[in-house]
Design a protein around this ligand. Structure first.
Ligand code: SAM
Length: 271
């Protein structure tokens, strides 16, 4: 099977890479080592897979499309590729870990699911060594954004809480078949060895970031109604009249820890 006899499925975000220079550049940046545990999301017709297998094998790959999964099983030997015919959005990455070695996750991701996929992987971040993803350029801008800019949002804060974000390079739409309407960029995410900020309860951190950005045009006091009062926000040295997109990760950590403390106090004061 080739790009000529597979009809790309839009619902699976199938834009296949055909530009050999781009493929080689991605692999050069990833720099796979012989003992790496490589896992590719969405191998498709094998454009990146071929180049990765040249450097190390076997590698794992997760593909949802029935036809492509059948093609990949025929094309590669089990010594080259261990194929998981499943949905990456529900995939248990922990199941691939045996011992200390962590996963190097790679993918020219289907753009329609890139954000939920990032959140799904963040839930299993303890088994990830690093991630190298081709994404919509606009998503990479969101991942790398700084407070006070239009691209700064929930995705930025959650990804930067867990990972260091490094934009590698941009890729024009002509590198793909069919060519998407938008440009792309390759980004590298490396989990922090020690947390960037001290958060007592990551569930509270998730909730506060979600609520604060839930209503983007609202002030913090409105977004966090029911969680923290105006006075409690002010007590942390944070202006409750500010908007979420102006707060840095340290402010979100302070808000999150205040909620955790408040819950704990309420629990210990209950007779
Ligand atoms: N890696 C190939 C390349 O670079 O040419 C294909 C990339 S294409 C943008 C995205 C791939 O992800 C397709 O093969 C598609 O079928 C697959 N895919 C889409 N949704 C998926 C999902 N939820 N889980 C696993 N694979 C998925």
């Amino acid at each position: 099977m080739s790009q000529n006899n597979h009809r790309p499925r839009k619902r699976f975000g199938q834009n296949f890479l055909h530009d050999k220079t781009v493929i080689q550049r991605i692999v050069k940046y990833i720099n796979p080592q012989p003992n790496d545990l490589l896992v590719e999301i969405g191998p498709g017709l094998g454009a990146l897979t071929d180049a990765l297998i040249e450097r190390t094998h076997p590698i794992h790959a997760i593909e949802i499309d029935n036809d492509l999964a059948a093609h990949l099983t025929q094309r590669y030997t089990p010594q080259q590729l261990i194929l998981h015919h499943s949905d990456a959005l529900t995939f248990d990455f922990r199941s691939l870990i045996h011992g200390e070695q962590k996963i190097r996750l790679i993918g020219n991701l289907p753009y329609n699911i890139s954000t939920p996929l990032l959140f799904h992987v963040l839930e299993q971040i303890e088994c990830i060594q690093d991630m190298s993803f081709m994404l919509q350029k606009e998503v990479v801008q969101r991942l790398a954004a700084v407070p006070g800019t239009k691209n700064y949002g929930r995705l930025t804060v959650m990804v930067q809480y867990w990972c260091r974000v490094e934009k590698w390079f941009e890729v024009g739409s002509g590198a793909f078949t069919p060519a998407p309407k938008i440009d792309s960029a390759v980004v590298h995410l490396t989990p922090h060895e020690t947390p960037l900020v001290s958060v007592k309860d990551t569930t509270d951190f998730h909730q506060i970031v979600k609520s604060a950005f839930g209503q983007r045009r609202k002030t913090l006091a409105n977004g966090l109604k029911g969680l923290l009062t105006k006075d409690e926000i002010s007590f942390l040295g944070i202006d409750p009249g500010k908007r979420a997109e102006t707060l840095d990760i340290y402010a979100f950590a302070a808000l999150s820890n205040a909620i955790t403390q408040k819950k704990f106090t309420a629990m210990t004061n209950t007779p």
